[in-house]
Structure formats: structure tokens, C-alpha cells
Ligand binder design. Structure first.
Ligand code: X8Z
Ligand code: ZN
Length: 629
């Protein structure tokens, strides 16, 4: 639906409508056969008037979508927090109505092609045409089939379990339990079992996913795009080809950092599990990195990768448990960071209506997300299954970043209530997390006071790199797979092989047991069944360092970037607020320039940040056989 950050494709940013030849071409071929649509959907005001001006049209769309959002958000929220056949059906129906409306509105907007429009109106119309991550075919039967598949895939992921063979249903384990094993066990075979147990959940999604992708692609083609992957990339205010070049350039900038981290990590894992299990020059077995998808590796920091075990900087895991931090306390802690930089307290309804822990009596989709339920009432929520771990603590700070973005742009017209682009939305909470320094964690009593030393700096940098640097190739590869699925380059007979080929190429990891085309390992990652575009996270992991540097400058900070925290700094908070309040009302380049003084996404801030660790890693890796075949 429209307002949950994890599923929305954030809308296209551009200056004046049809200024870009590539988009004008795509839209000129708009040929949605909408005659089958009957009347305005529930919640929509009366249909189009042929005399309607473009400004009136946009005002009507803003009004109608605001009304439709309420129903769609409510249906999707309930389906996510109470999975039953009934809520699945209700979500599919609400989504159906919403998508029918969007298709019709996109078609109607063609009336204004070639007209002189105000930049604001032109922009709203552009955003309208690309603001959906799964456009429906115009055939109502196909649209219904697609929305049912979307709800089904979401439920399959939420209900997924591993049931060890020969044991009763009480032995079944959900994703939280299996993830805990991946984070905490250091027994090779136990890890294999948990890894395989979860990945096998994907197999049942293969056929529904194949059909879903086919239908959504058809929807994208009807809108004039070559395929859905091209449509997703049309969101970034440049041609898809230009965007590919930008993303590739960023990846090449940061790849050397990843290569050093990979080399050192593999050497440490070989010490732990043996050279036979983790050979030099080969991809790392994907189940040894502390995370189900090997996407962030910080769970193996404390015992396997802490450079100086006797120096400062441990993870907050132990203290969170010992001090019995619960989900409310973790969320309050995040809120208090935001209020320290001048942001408002969370509304009372946030506390009443959010889901912070896994309910005991029903199935839910536990993957963390933030929801903009009703901007007019400031009804914002998060949905998480929090446990007292450092990972979840950082995640709740992340989610509140989305929530504060929603609150900041709640007064904008509907088409502009969005991130400058989706990477901005993902980067807000993570930027704040870069100020959650060891000093801050010590201040709130979660780690021992830091004794400043060169060793402590390297420890801290390693801990952070296992999150921020380890993630980069993962963030890059997910949509490499999907874009190729949508373009037809990867066919269903090669879904899994292509997935592992990309995981090997980018991340240098390999499955711990042989996988075949009977498996569907992409389905074991939330964003695939949920159809959430993923390049947003890759962009966010670069942007958040640019934002952090800009906020530190705004705070008047002068030292090395990795020691800066803007905790408590109202000047930094004001600059951040100004950016958030702009939402999607102007091209993201203008918004980025306002905060950072630059119009390009650029990796030099993350490179600067990790300079001390890079020097240290290069030293460690001397004489090692780095890379993988
Ligand atoms: O999905 C998320 C957030 C919700 S927007 C928890 N993230 C990605 C993931 O878990 O795969 C944050 C980091 C990357
Ligand atoms: Zn997020």
C-alpha cells in the first residue's frame, strides 16, 4: 500500500513534467485499457471532469488518495499484525481498489501532456505515474490475481517456520528463534541446520512469485515502461541508464573497503572453524557471519572479530539483558535521542497502536517497519518484534527515523508526502545511529565507560564496519537479481542459480549446503515476497555518512568524523528538520544540496570515516590470499 516505508516505491523526482526525453517517450505510449474500470472507487470523490484543469486534477488526486490510503493502510496493518485468511482477503481487496484508482488516474493524467504546467503540478503528475512498486494490469481479473498473490506471499513469509523432522509442532521454530541461533551459536552444524531450516521456507514461494512478477511486469508495460525494474529506477530523477551508472560508481568507490573486511573476516573464521571449512581464496560459507542473510556481521564482533579483546568497546547485548531492557524502554531511548536534537515527542497514539513485540497468540509479519497510517491525525506507528539485543536497539532508532520523516512532512499535499527519494527515507534513522557512539551508549549505561585509546578506536570502527561496510554488496545485489528477473534476463529455471551467482560475485559468500532450482532462496529474504525495492538501502548506507558529516558541520564539530556525535545538538537538529519537512516536494538533488552543499550521492564521507580501520585491515591482510574465485 502507499504509506508503509518497507513496501512503497517512493515517487519520481524531477523538475518540470516531461522534461526528460526518456520519460516523455515512456509516457507517450501509455495505453492502459481502463474501460473495464467501473466508477470511482470507494473513498474517491466524483470522477474526472473534462474541463478539469491540471491544478484541479492534482488537487482531486491528492484528496482521493488521502482517503484511499486510510482504508489501504488499515487493511495492510491488520493483515501484517494478524495473519488469517480473512485479513489476507481484506488486504488484497483494498489493494485492488487502490491500484485500480492509480491506473485510472495515471491514464487521466495524459490529458495534460504537452501543456504548460506549474513546476509543482508537473511534479505531482510525474510522481503519480511511478509511485507504486507493483502496478496492476488493467484487466480486473489479473489485478485481483496479483493483489491476492501479494497478500499470500506476505503471509507465507510471516508464517514461515522450520519444523525439525520427526518432532512435533512444538519443536517448530520461527524466524526470531532461527536468527538467534545464527547470531549466538558457534557450532558449525547447528548453524547449518538453522540456516537451511529458514531458507527452505522460500521454496513454496517460487511459483507464486514467478506469477506475481509476470503480472506486475505486465502492469509496468501498460504504463509505458519496458519492465518493472526500469519503472523502479525511473524514481530517481534521471534515466535508468544514468541511475545504473551512479549506483555502479558508488559501488566501485566502496568495494575496496569491503574487500579488506572480507579478507580479514575470512581469516578469523578460518581460525575458529578450520581452514577446511573456510578455505582461503574461496567464498565464505554464508551461515557463519552471525546473520541469516550474511548481510550484516556485527553479531560475530564480540567473540570473533574484536581487534583488541582487552581494550574498550563491547556490544550492548549483555547489558540490555542484564538490565532487563524491554521494548518500551528501547523505544523510549530512541525517542529521547530525537527529542535531544529538538524533535517533538512521539504522539500518544504511537504508543497505543504500535506493535513492539511478537504477540503470543497469533501469526504476524515480524520484519520491522514504520507506518504512516493517517497524517491528518499524526497516526504513525512501528511494527517490530523487539528483543533486548543491540541489533534491535539500532533498528528501533532506524524505524523512528521513518516516523519522524512522516511527522515532518504530514502537512504537505499527498503526492509530496514521501522521502526525497527512498534512500533518504532509509538514511534518516541510520544517520542518527551514527551519533549513537560508544560515549553515548556508556552515558545511557549500556556499555562500560570508554577509555580513549587507539585500540578502542579500531574496535569501534570494526564493530560499525561489520554493519555498514559488510552490508554494501548485499544492498547492491538484491535488485541486480530482481531487475534481471523483471527484464527476462533471469528466467524462472535459473532463479536460484542466478541468486547464488550474484551472492558470490558481490558478497563472496556461498551456501553451506548445495542448492538447486527446487529451492527459492530469494523468498527467504523479506523484501522479495514483500516486493520492497532494495537499492534504497544501498543508497542509504552511502548517504547516511554524507548526512552525518553535514550535521556534524552544522553542529560546529571540528574533529575526526568517526568521533562526532550530534546528540543534544539543536543546530544539527534544525538542519535535519528542514530537510525532512521538504518531503518529496522538489528533486532530491536540490534537497541534498540544501543539507550537504552537494548535488551528488558520493562515498567520500564513508571512506573518510573508516580510514583508521582501513589502514589497520591492510596491515592485517598483508601476506593473506584475499579475494575469491
Ligand atoms: O528492512 C530494513 C528495515 C526496515 S525499512 C528494518 N532494513 C534492511 C533489511 O533488514 O534487510 C534495514 C537495513 C536493511
Ligand atoms: Zn527502513
Amino acid at each position: 500500500m502507499t504509506s508503509k516505508v518497507s513496501t512503497v516505491i517512493r515517487r519520481l523526482c524531477a523538475g518540470v513534467a516531461l522534461e526528460h526525453a526518456w520519460l516523455a517517450g515512456a509516457l507517450a505510449t501509455l495505453s492502459v485499457g481502463l474501460s473495464a474500470c467501473s466508477g470511482p472507487p470507494a473513498g474517491a470523490s466524483s470522477g474526472p471532469q473534462s474541463t478539469e484543469t491540471a491544478d484541479e486534477f492534482v488537487a482531486r488526486i491528492n484528496r482521493d488518495l488521502t482517503a484511499l490510503d486510510l482504508e489501504g493502510n488499515a487493511a495492510e496493518w491488520v493483515q501484517n499484525t494478524y495473519i488469517t485468511p480473512d485479513t489476507e482477503m481484506l488486504r488484497a481487496k483494498a489493494n485492488d481498489r487502490y491500484l485500480a484508482y492509480l491506473s485510472r488516474a495515471a491514464e487521466e493524467s495524459k490529458r495534460y501532456d504537452g501543456q504548460q504546467l506549474s513546476p509543482e503540478t508537473a511534479r505531482a503528475i510525474q510522481l503519480l505515474r511511478v509511485n507504486v512498486s507493483a502496478p496492476a494490469p488493467s484487466d480486473p481479473a489479473k489485478r485481483a490475481e496479483m493483489t491476492q498473490l501479494m497478500a499470500r506471499l506476505s503471509a507465507m513469509y510471516g508464517e514461515g517456520k522450520y519444523c525439525p523432522p520427526g518432532k512435533g509442532p512444538e519443536a517448530c521454530q520461527n524466524l526470531d528463534q532461527l536468527s538467534k541461533t545464527l547470531a549466538e551459536s558457534r557450532d558449525y552444524d547447528t548453524l547449518v541446520e538453522a540456516w537451511k531450516g529458514w531458507h527452505d521456507v522460500g521454496a513454496q514461494m517460487r511459483e507464486p512469485y514467478r506469477r506475481f512478477a509476470e503480472l506486475a511486469n505486465e502492469g509496468a508495460r501498460e504504463l509505458g515502461f519496458k519492465d518493472l525494474g526500469v519503472m523502479w529506477r525511473a524514481r530517481y530523477d534521471m534515466s535508468p541508464e544514468e541511475f545504473d551508472a551512479v549506483a555502479e560508481k558508488l559501488w566501485q568507490q566502496v568495494k575496496p573497503l569491503y574487500d579488506e573486511l572480507h579478507c580479514h573476516t575470512r581469516a578469523q573464521l578460518a581460525k575458529k572453524y578450520g581452514e577446511d571449512k573456510v578455505p582461503a581464496g574461496k567464498p565464505i560459507p554464508a551461515h557463519l557471519l552471525g546473520n541469516m542473510w550474511a548481510q550484516q556481521w556485527n553479531n560475530i564482533y564480540d567473540d570473533l572479530l574484536k581487534p583488541y579483546p582487552n581494550a574498550s568497546i563491547e556490544s550492548a547485548n549483555r547489558a540490555l539483558k542484564a538490565q532487563k531492557w524491554d521494548a518500551v524502554r528501547m523505544t523510549r531511548s530512541a525517542e529521547s535521542f530525537y527529542t535531544s536534537i529538538g524533535f517533538p515527542q512521539l504522539p500518544e497514539s504511537f504508543w497505543r497502536l504500535s506493535m513492539l513485540v511478537r504477540p503470543r497468540d497469533r501469526e504476524v509479519v515480524c520484519h520491522a517497519s514504520a507506518w504512516d497510517m493517517d497524517p491528518s491525525r499524526h497516526d504513525v506507528r512501528i511494527k517490530m518484534c523487539m528483543n533486548p539485543t543491540e541489533e534491535d536497539l539500532f533498528t528501533v532508532y532506524h524505524e523512528l527515523g521513518h516516523v519522524y520523516y512522516y511527522l515532518h512532512y504530514s502537512d504537505l499535499p499527498r503526492m509530496f508526502r514521501d522521502g526525497a527519494h527512498d534512500g533518504f527515507h532509509e538514511a534518516i534513522g541510520d544517520t542518527v545511529n551514527l551519533s549513537v557512539t560508544p560515549g553515548y551508549l556508556a552515558q545511557i549505561g549500556l556499555i562500560s565507560p570508554v577509555k580513549p585509546s587507539k585500540e578502542a578506536v579500531i574496535n569501534q570502527q570494526m564493530k560499525l564496519a561489520l554493519d555498514k561496510i559488510a552490508f554494501l554488496p548485499f544492498g547492491r545485489l538484491i535488485d541486480q537479481w530482481r531487475w534481471r528477473v523483471f527484464s527476462g534476463e533471469i528466467t524462472p529455471e535459473h532463479y536460484n542459480a542466478a541468486w547464488w551467482e550474484l551472492r558470490k560475485r558481490y558478497q563472496g559468500v556461498a551456501p553451506p549446503v548445495p542448492r538447486t532450482e527446487a529451492d527459492f532462496d530469494p523468498g527467504a529474504k523479506y523484501h522479495i515476497p514483500d516486493n520492497t525495492p532494495y537499492t534504497r538501502y544501498f543508497l542509504s548506507y552511502i548517504l547516511q555518512f554524507q548526512f552525518h558529516k553535514a550535521l556534524c558541520d552544522a553542529a560546529g564539530y571540528k574533529g575526526p568524523l568517526h568521533e562526532c556525535s550530534v546528540f543534544g545538538n539543536k543546530d544539527a537538529g534544525r538542519r535535519f528538520s528542514e530537510m525532512l519537512a521538504l518531503g518529496a516536494s522538489q528533486p532530491w538533488q536540490d534537497t541534498l544540496e540544501k543539507l550537504t552543499g552537494r548535488r551528488e550521492m558520493d562515498a567520500s564521507a564513508i571512506i573518510e570515516y573508516f580510514q583508521p580501520l582501513m589502514a589497520w585491515l591492510k596491515e592485517q591482510n598483508k601476506g593473506r590470499q584475499c579475494g575469491w574465485e
